[in-house]
Each structure stands twice: as structure tokens, then as C-alpha cells.
Ligand binder design. Structure first.
Ligand SMILES: NC(=O)c1ccc[n+]([C@@H]2O[C@H](COP(=O)([O-])OP(=O)(O)OC[C@H]3O[C@@H](n4cnc5c(N)ncnc54)[C@H](O)[C@@H]3O)[C@@H](O)[C@H]2O)c1
Length: 301
């Protein structure tokens, strides 16, 4: 089968591209290289078609997205802090860009699987978070993702097959933006033999999922019979930031301690997915535990 991956030179998109190639599919990457890097496609560039193009440009997208079986839409601006100061740009790329993709897909009868985010839930009062929990994004980035879901619903009513995957905290080599959060910071500190700095009490809960499992979830959703809906993609397991620090210190083998700093303003307290809907619907389950994933990536930093 042939697929387009928007944002295919990015952290997650490039893993989707690699997994598709492993399954024998053909891939066209559409990316403007804003945060994406050609080096993410090292070793496979001769096996794919790469087009440098911007999802905000409807005509350019129309030209590039045809005669394919599906679109993985990953392209977006993803830096939460930046989304406060560049709200128009975030809206243009994340919302207008997404609508361009949905519109072209709808006109050409192409299935779309797109990257939504757990950030649409905001600060959940209960965990694990189910898909029908209230949506209260607390930053402009999260709002753009919620707007994408509303658009997806609109186009789904116009017969577009479109699935939104609400990724929780994705980790792996090559993370960018604000998602290159706590794991990247902790590993860098450990490599510099510096104390790990924990914001607040360290009891914040996160659901960390390895990037290869995110790629699998995308492909499972695309190749499933499911035509619409929004699905949490995480491990379903919560880890406190303090426990994450303990695991990484152990993996490093270093004698490094932790210090607590003031809590971060606007830091979400609990984020942990209920993933039963995705498991049931796409017959998908994550394969790599947090421990295994961290052991894999630690030496590569
Ligand atoms: N990493 C996470 O933990 C996480 C969590 C939830 C959701 N997401 C979503 O997953 C998707 C991929 O994120 P990522 O972590 O791989 O980030 P990334 O920055 O590595 O990838 C985004 C890609 O989109 C491209 N892009 C940006 N603007 C573009 C434009 N106007 N036209 C064409 N391409 C453009 C970038 O060059 C980059 O290759 C995003 O939609 C993001 O919002 C990521």
C-alpha cells in the first residue's frame, strides 16, 4: 500500500515511515523541515519519496496527496510554551494545516490517522483518563489539537474516514520541542554527572510510551476496519517523576542525587491513559516497557 506521512521527517513521523517500510509499504514524506531533520531519514532516503512542502499551502498539498491509500498526519508545531506567544502561527499550522489535509482526503476518499494529544484533557481530576472525560486544554497548543478533533468530526460526517490518536508522553531518541521534556533533561544531567532537578514534590504522574509503540498504534489504526473516533495511546501505566528519576539513576549506574525545585506553574498533576478502547478496537498493545525503552535509549544520548 502507499501512504503519505506529513511531518515524516520529525521524531514520531520518521518512526512511522520506518515501520511502514518494514511492512513493505511505499511512503511519501511531506515535511517543511521546520523541526524535522533529514538525518531522521538517514538510511531510508532512497526508499521513500520526500517532498519539502508546507501543510498550510492547500494547492501544494493537493498536488502531493493523491493516489495513496492513507495519510498519517503528524505535522504540527508542538512547543507548548511557544504556543502562548505564537498563537496565530500555531493555529495556521495545527488547525488550518490539518483542515487542508482533511479536506483533500475527503475529496479523494483517503483514510486519515492524525496525531491528537493527551493535552486536550488538561488537568484531569481522575486517572486513568478515558476518552469521554472532559476536554479542558490549558494551553494554546492543546486548544489547536482539540480544534483538530472538532474538524475531524465535521469531516467524518462528510464520509471521511478519520481517526485521531491522543498520544500521551512519547519518548525515544530525537524528541523535539517541549516534548523533549523530563526524560531528555534527566539523561542529560546524568551524563553531566549533575543532580536531577525535580519540579515540586515529584509525585506528578505521567504515562510514558515508547515511540516505536506509537508508530505501531498508527499503523494498526490505519489498517484496521475502524473508520472514525478518538483513541488514547499510552501504556495505561502511570509513573511518578520521582520514580522515573530513580529508574534513570539506576540505569546510569551513577551516584547522583535529586533536588526539589519549586513546582512549575501550570504543570499537570496526573496524566495516565485508559487504553482499553484502542486495544479492543485495533488489536494493538504497547510492546516496550518504560524500563526497557530507557535502557535502549540511554547509551544513545
Ligand atoms: N512527542 C509527543 O510526546 C507528542 C505527544 C502528543 C502529540 N504529539 C503530536 O505528534 C505529532 C508529531 O510530533 P513530534 O513529537 O514528532 O514532533 P516533531 O517536531 O519532531 O515533528 C513535527 C514535524 O512536523 C513538521 N512540520 C511542522 N510544521 C510544518 C508545516 N507547516 N508543514 C509541513 N511540515 C511541518 C516538522 O518539520 C516536523 O518534522 C505532532 O502532531 C504532535 O503534536 C506528540
Amino acid at each position: 500500500m502507499k501512504f503519505v506521512v506529513t511531518g515524516g521527517a520529525g521524531f514520531i513521523g520518521s518512526r512511522i515511515v520506518k515501520s511502514l517500510l518494514n511492512q513493505g509499504d511505499s511512503v511519501k514524506v511531506v515535511d517543511n523541515l521546520h523541526t524535522g531533520k533529514m538525518e531522521n531519514l538517514d538510511g531510508i532516503i532512497n526508499e521513500i519519496e520526500f517532498v519539502k512542502a508546507d501543510i498550510r499551502n492547500f494547492e501544494e498539498m493537493k498536488e502531493n496527496i493523491k493516489d495513496v491509500d492513507g495519510i498519517f498526519h503528524e505535522a504540527a508545531l508542538t512547543v507548548v510554551q511557544e504556543s502562548f506567544t505564537k498563537q496565530d502561527e500555531y493555529n495556521d499550522v495545527n488547525v488550518i494545516g490539518a483542515e487542508n489535509i482533511f479536506k483533500i482526503a475527503q475529496e479523494n476518499n483517503i483514510k486519515v490517522v492524525f496525531a491528537s494529544s493527551s493535552s486536550i484533557y488538561g488537568d484531569a481530576t481522575k486517572i486513568p483518563i478515558k476518552e469521554n472525560f472532559p476536554k479542558n486544554p490549558i494551553n494554546p497548543y492543546g486548544i489547536t489539537k482539540l480544534k483538530d478533533e472538532i474538524l475531524a468530526e465535521k469531516y467524518s460526517k462528510m464520509n471521511l474516514d478519520v481517526i485521531g490518536l491522543r498520544y500521551f508522553n512519547v519518548f525515544g531518541i530525537g524528541q523535539t520541542g517541549s516534548y523533549a521534556g523530563v526524560i531528555t533533561k534527566f539523561i542529560n544531567r546524568l551524563k553531566e554527572q549533575k543532580q536531577l532537578q525535580i519540579n515540586g514534590d515529584g509525585e506528578q504522574i505521567r504515562d510514558f510510551i515508547f515511540v516505536d509503540d506509537i508508530a505501531d498504534a498508527n499503523i494498526s489504526a490505519m489498517k484496521s476496519k475502524i473508520k472514525k473516533g478518538f483513541f488514547n495511546i499510552g501504556t495505561g501505566l502511570g509513573t511518578t517523576i520521582k520514580h522515573l528519576a530513580d529508574i534513570l539513576i539506576e540505569i546510569s549506574g551513577e551516584k547522583i542525587s535529586m533536588i526539589h525545585k519549586n513546582p512549575l506553574e501550570g504543570d499537570i498533576k496526573f496524566s495516565q491513559a485508559d487504553i482499553s478502547l484502542a486495544e479492543k478496537s485495533f488489536n494493538w498493545k504497547f510492546q516496550t516497557s518504560l524500563n526497557e525503552g530507557l535502557k535502549k535509549i540511554y547509551p544513545e544520548f
